[in-house]
Design a protein around this ligand. Structure first.
Ligand code: GLY
Length: 384
C-alpha cells in the first residue's frame, strides 16, 4: 500500500474500532441481525424461538473475536462467549439446522478455540462440522443446502437436490475439522462439494449461479435458479463474492490449483464489473432502475481480493488490491456511519433483490468491513 492508503487505513480503522467499542458497551448479550431505530436488534430475544438458528447469528461474535485479537480487551471475549453459549441451543433444533454451520460456528466457538484454546469451543466446532458433513450426499457429491419446507416457493416440490454458492463459505469448517483431528473425511466432503461447484455453478464468463438443483441420485445438473439475485441467469453480487472468497478458502486449505483458478476467474469477472462509483449493485445484471445496492457484497469481495492479492504477483496483485481499496473507500465515504448514536456502521445492505426492503444495516456488512480493514493492516485473526 502507498503512504496515502496507509494513512487512510489508520484513520478508518481507528474510527471503526472506536465505534465498535462504544456500541459493545451497550450491547451485552445481543445477537444482532440489523438495527431498529439505530439500535441492534436481538435474535436471541424474539417471539420466534427459531430465530436463534438464523444463519447470521455468528457474525457479531466474529466482530468481537476480531476485536479481542486486536486489543486483548476482556469485554470482547466475554461477550463473544456469551453469544456462542446462546447459539449452542441450535444443536437441539434439528429441523432448523441447515448447511450454514460454518457461518454460525467458525466466527464463534472455533474462533474462541483458535484464540484461547477453549475446549468447549473445540467440541462444539467439531460437533457442528459433523452435522455439516452429515448433509453430504455421497452418490451425487454435494452438500444439501436446506431441509424440506424452506425455499419451496422458488422451485420444485422438494429441495433435496438443492445446493447454493454460499455453501463454499461453510467448507472451511470442514477443512478446520480435518486439520484439527487428522481425520480426512471432512476435507474429502469439502473438496467434493467445491469440485461440484466448479462444474455446476461457475460459468464461462466467471460469474456464478446462486442456486443449482442436482439429481440427488446421480448428481446430474437439473436446473439453476436466480435465488436472491434479479432472476434466472443473472449475477447476484453477494453470490459472486461468496464464490470469489469461498473458492479461495478451498485453495488456501488444500493448495489445489483448480480452486485458486476458480477464485481468480470470479475475481476477474467481479473486478471488471465494479462501477465507477465503487458501490456495488445487488445484481450485476439488474436493470438500471431501481438502483438497488448491496454494501455487503462490496465488503465480502474486498476481503477475498485482499487475500488473493497476497498470493498474486505483478499487475494481477495490483488489480486485486486496487479494486478492494476502491470499494472500501467508496463504502467509507458514502455508506458508513461512524456516529456513536447508532449501532451499525455499514448501510445500504440488501438481503435479496426481490425483497420489499432494501438498503438497511445487516450485521455481516459490518463484520466483513472490519475483517477487510484488519486484513489490510495485517495479522488479523484468521477466522475461516
Ligand atoms: N447466505 C445467504 C445470503 O448471503 O443471503
Amino acid at each position: 500500500m502507498n503512504k496515502e492508503n496507509e494513512l487512510w487505513l489508520e484513520e478508518t480503522l481507528k474510527k471503526t474500532m472506536e465505534k465498535i467499542s462504544t456500541v459493545a458497551d451497550r450491547s451485552y448479550g445481543k445477537v444482532p441481525y440489523t438495527t431498529v431505530n439505530g439500535r441492534f436488534d436481538d435474535k436471541s430475544n424474539t417471539d420466534n424461538p427459531a430465530d436463534i438458528n438464523w444463519w447470521t447469528n455468528g457474525f457479531y461474535g466474529g466482530i468481537l473475536w476480531l476485536m479481542y485479537h486486536e486489543t486483548k480487551e476482556e469485554k470482547y471475549k466475554k461477550m463473544a462467549k456469551e453469544i456462542a453459549d446462546k447459539i449452542s441451543v441450535c444443536f437441539d433444533r434439528y429441523y432448523n439446522l441447515d448447511h450454514d454451520m460454518g457461518f454460525l460456528w467458525l466466527p464463534t466457538d472455533v474462533a474462541d478455540y483458535k484464540e484461547t484454546g477453549s475446549e468447549v469451543g473445540r467440541k462444539r466446532g467439531l460437533h457442528a462440522a459433523n452435522i455439516l458433513a452429515g448433509r453430504f450426499n455421497p452418490v451425487a457429491n454435494y452438500i444439501r443446502a436446506w431441509n424440506d419446507g424452506v425455499g419451496k416457493e422458488n422451485g420444485p416440490t422438494s429441495n433435496v437436490g438443492w445446493c447454493i454458492i454460499d455453501c463454499l463459505m461453510n467448507l472451511p469448517l470442514l477443512y478446520w475439522a480435518s486439520e484439527e483431528t487428522g481425520d480426512p473425511r471432512f476435507k474429502y466432503v469439502a473438496m467434493k462439494h467445491a469440485d461440484m461447484a466448479i462444474k455446476n455453478f461457475l460459468r464461462e464468463d466467471g460469474s456464478v449461479n446462486h442456486i443449482v438443483e442436482l439429481n440427488p441420485n446421480t448428481g446430474e445438473f437439473v436446473q439453476s435458479f436466480g435465488g436472491q439475485g434479479y432472476g434466472h441467469g443473472s449475477s447476484w453480487t453477494r453470490g459472486q463474492s461468496w464464490a470469489l472468497y469461498g473458492f479461495l478458502f478451498s485453495y488456501l486449505h488444500t493448495k489445489e490449483e483448480r480452486y485458486l483458478e476458480a477464485s481468480k476467474k470470479v475475481a476477474s469477472y467481479f473486478c471488471d464489473n465494479i462501477p465507477e462509483s465503487g458501490l456495488i449493485p445487488v445484481d450485476f445484471r439488474q436493470p438500471k432502475e431501481p438502483a438497488y445496492e448491496d454494501s455487503t457484497a462490496a465488503a465480502i469481495a474486498s476481503c477475498g481480493l485482499i487475500e488473493l492479492s497476497k498470493i498474486s504477483e505483478g499487475k494481477e496483485k495490483e488489480k486485486y488490491l486496487d479494486s478492494a481499496i476502491k470499494m472500501l473507500k467508496a463504502l467509507t465515504d458514502n455508506r458508513c456511519d461512524f456516529s456513536l448514536d447508532t449501532d451499525n456502521i455499514v448501510n445500504y445492505c440488501t438481503a435479496s433483490y426481490h425483497d420489499n426492503k432494501h438498503h438497511f444495516s445487516i450485521i455481516y456488512g459490518d463484520y466483513y468491513y472490519l475483517e477487510a480493514l484488519l486484513k489490510l493492516k495485517g495479522n488479523e485473526l484468521f477466522i475461516w
